[in-house]
Design a protein around this ligand. Sequence first.
Ligand SMILES: N[C@@H](CCC(=O)N[C@@H](CS)C(=O)NCC(=O)O)C(=O)O
Length: 308
Amino acid sequence: MILHHYPMSPFAEKARLLLGFKGLAWRSVHIPAVMPKPDVLALTGGYRRTPLLQMGADIYCDTALIADVLEHLQPTPTLYPAHQKGLARVLAQWADSTLFWASMGYTLSPKGAAALFANQPPGTGQAFAADRAAMRGSMVTPRPGDATAAYRSYLRRLSTMVEEQPFLLGDAPCIADFSAYHPLWFSRVVNPAVAGILDATPRVLAWMDRIAAIGHGQPAKLGAAEAVAIAAGAEPAPLADEAFQDEHGIALGSRVTVAAESFGQEPTEGILRAATRTRYTLERTDDRAGRVHVHFPRIGYMLREVRA
Ligand SMILES: N[C@@H](CCC(=O)N[C@@H](CS)C(=O)NCC(=O)O)C(=O)O
């Protein structure tokens, strides 16, 4: 199992903690935080967001799908507690989107960004800002003042959830905890100059300490070129015999693209090999990585047919 990520990425922190929670051994490939990302694109064919999970010639995009894959491989401890599966997933989706963008608007406000990039080589902050502005395109994200007000409210809401229980939905962490943790970790750990906002909610800080204690397990370092060579030397895993769910009038075997609905919409193009209730699988052949399967969740992604 290979995670492609970089240290300061919040969604990567979510994935690292998921791997730690599941007690799975993994290899760590550091990828660039901004474009260009030739080794990432050799594997995905277009998708550039962070992180990716690679298993041989299978590439899993998006932490929602990565969480499902890890749950399948290692069902205990579970990320989706019985009787609370729906609630856990809905709360996780809110945290990965609304809470995440409130935290970004606050943590990367002009003052926050200046602090974050203060010790970096000149131009790093500007290059990062330009890369992320291009990724946002026409997407509207909350402005710093609005984001900060919302973030304070969300922190109070999270605080009430851990008043009488150690984790958001009970005695054990679930997917919602991992999704809610990483945007706050970005403010507290990655950009400590702005961490003061968390002081108003000490219960949230104590909950964060409990999540951080889960750790990342024991990653072993791997080079990006070696990871691409591993894909080239492997065949995609046989697809599970899951029912084809056609919502688009696009047959299996069609040439398609899959792209994120917002933020980083670079499409991946390939042959549609599976469209289950929850995910798409595209087959593509890359000069360096060979024949790979790139997997995406349905939620948050757009499937389109490529017409000749
Ligand atoms: N829904 C995606 C979101 C991933 C995402 O937005 N990641 C950020 C980093 S935290 C990103 O891709 N930033 C640009 C980049 O790393 O190239 C997921 O759950 O994986």
